[in-house]
Design a protein around this ligand. Sequence first.
Ligand SMILES: *[C@@H]1O[C@H](CO)[C@@H](O)[C@H](O)[C@H]1NC(C)=O
Ligand SMILES: *[C@@H]1O[C@H](CO)[C@@H](O)[C@H](O)[C@H]1NC(C)=O
Ligand SMILES: *[C@@H]1O[C@H](CO)[C@@H](O)[C@H](O)[C@H]1NC(C)=O
Ligand SMILES: *[C@@H]1O[C@H](CO)[C@@H](O)[C@H](O)[C@H]1NC(C)=O
Ligand SMILES: *[C@@H]1O[C@H](CO)[C@@H](O)[C@H](O)[C@H]1NC(C)=O
Ligand SMILES: *[C@@H]1O[C@H](CO)[C@@H](O)[C@H](O)[C@H]1NC(C)=O
Length: 527
Amino acid sequence: MDAQSLLLLVLTFFSLLFSAKPFVPSNYFLLNCGSNANASLYNRVFVADSVKPSSVSLSAERSVSLTDKNPSPSSPILYRTARVFTAVSSYEFYIKRNGTGTHLVRLHFSPFKAQDFNLASARFDVLANGFLLLRGFSAYNLVLKEFLLRIDGEVLEIMFSPLGNSGFAFVSAIEVFSAPKDFIIDDGARLINGNGIESYKNLTSQVLETVHRVNVGGLKLTPFNDSLWRTWIPDDGFLVFESAAKRAATTHVPNYQNGGATREIGPDNVYMTAQEMNRDNSTLNGIFNITWDFRVGSLGVPHLVRLHFCDIVSPALNQLYFNVYINDFSAYKDLDLSMLTFHVLSSPVYLDFVVDSDDSGVIRVSVGPSDLSTPSRINAILNGAEIMRLVNPIGLHAKSEKKSIWILVGFIVGGFLICCLAAAAVLLMFKCKKKKPKPPRRVESAGWTQLRVYGGSSYSRMSEGTGTTSPGPNGSLKIPFVDIQAATNNFDKSLIIGMGGFGTVYKGVLKDNTKVAVKRVGNDTGL
Ligand SMILES: *[C@@H]1O[C@H](CO)[C@@H](O)[C@H](O)[C@H]1NC(C)=O
Ligand SMILES: *[C@@H]1O[C@H](CO)[C@@H](O)[C@H](O)[C@H]1NC(C)=O
Ligand SMILES: *[C@@H]1O[C@H](CO)[C@@H](O)[C@H](O)[C@H]1NC(C)=O
Ligand SMILES: *[C@@H]1O[C@H](CO)[C@@H](O)[C@H](O)[C@H]1NC(C)=O
Ligand SMILES: *[C@@H]1O[C@H](CO)[C@@H](O)[C@H](O)[C@H]1NC(C)=O
Ligand SMILES: *[C@@H]1O[C@H](CO)[C@@H](O)[C@H](O)[C@H]1NC(C)=O
């Protein structure tokens, strides 16, 4: 690799074509509790728990199958029965040996009165493999609780523990199914607490509870519209100044790319709508933020904030630069979606942040224009937001170690720049003085070149955020993804040199002996 191509190192790897194959979870359990008949909801069949499907067992000393004798006509069949536990009891779900990993667990509670039980007066704890999911829980109307948790063994035990003397617990329906691969990744989230840039470690070992799931600028989405059967609600109730935001929508299906967000991370409809800055309103100064306040019940508890983006507002690439703030801290400065998406417009991406929530009980998300915006292109967008509580946070404050990683990355980038300058100087010397036809072919020990791999694609981190190194067809250098796999020994863990804000940094050696540092970002399904 010669110095010129090093200087212009902007990589646009060909990305493997996004496969539109529908997601099929390897573990998939839907239970209709307290019933001997199957019932469906959103076209999904929940199997009667009294019939005892072979892959689920119920160990309940004292449990009652309860049926609502006077259901409201609009109440789904699924919610007309419930299982009541008058002593500690549990369901055990048998997990396939090859199907361990992150799972979604949804618990449906639909209270009614029948026999001696008023389900709204139940009070109980719920545990999953020993993690306390719900403490002193009661449901006064229909409640759906969703959790993400990693299952390492072959059993998931969901335990109901009644509180009080004559206490009892109940549940109406249970869903347990495998999340897509890399739905949550260990070092993919940036920790936001005002102390600079650090990555949050061991995210997959956390149990997460979904608090908000919002289709920003769009309509309510039901399980019909989502391959993981999620519900997304509109953002109207969360906007702090509604007049600051303007809805944007496209009719074009997003350009999903391998390594960016997938349809499982967010469905089409999330990425096809957004809020953008309402610059039509002449009473607003040209530069302002759009702000959403998400109320979270628990104070002083860290949350995962997953923000979804897809540039559906720009007519061309590299026109949109904006800043992202969480709880008034800078979370991502000069975000350039063109860079994150390897120069494909309308391509979905997501960013994960872990926020040390304060005592206000609110997580505040703002987007606003960056200084890099040209005056005629001032804008900022958001397509979707998910807020998840870390149920049992661990290891949040291991800071010094993380800082050193960023210092290391700084050295790498700095070292690379110095090497580039040196190489350029050598080049110039050769050209001017000796008029030798060719510069030295190889710049050995040129330091680690920072690449960024987004599954099947990658680009140079050098140009990120500067807005000057405009990548074009002439400046781009294609490296097949298989070569990156080879260079990093298929992302061998022993070659990890750091954890970046949004992924893991590997060292690698390309076929021509160029040393590279490869940043592997976000999730990917192709490996
Ligand atoms: C309930 O659904 C399961 C799984 O789809 C099926 O195997 C079983 O036969 C069904 N039972 C009844 C009573 O329809
Ligand atoms: C797990 O194993 C089963 C057979 O035991 C197989 O059908 C399935 O495809 C495997 N799943 C994965 C994700 O490897
Ligand atoms: C969601 O799915 C339902 C049923 O398929 C459909 O009628 C509706 O239009 C979809 N909503 C959106 C926003 O696509
Ligand atoms: C413009 O912004 C002002 C101040 O926020 C607000 O009162 C007004 O309703 C907005 N007008 C429109 C058309 O959005
Ligand atoms: C946007 O919000 C951040 C965080 O509160 C603040 O620092 C910044 O000044 C705001 N920008 C504008 C243009 O209001
Ligand atoms: C992360 O998890 C691994 C294995 O689960 C453990 O050895 C390590 O101590 C954890 N690190 C932190 C910071 O909690």
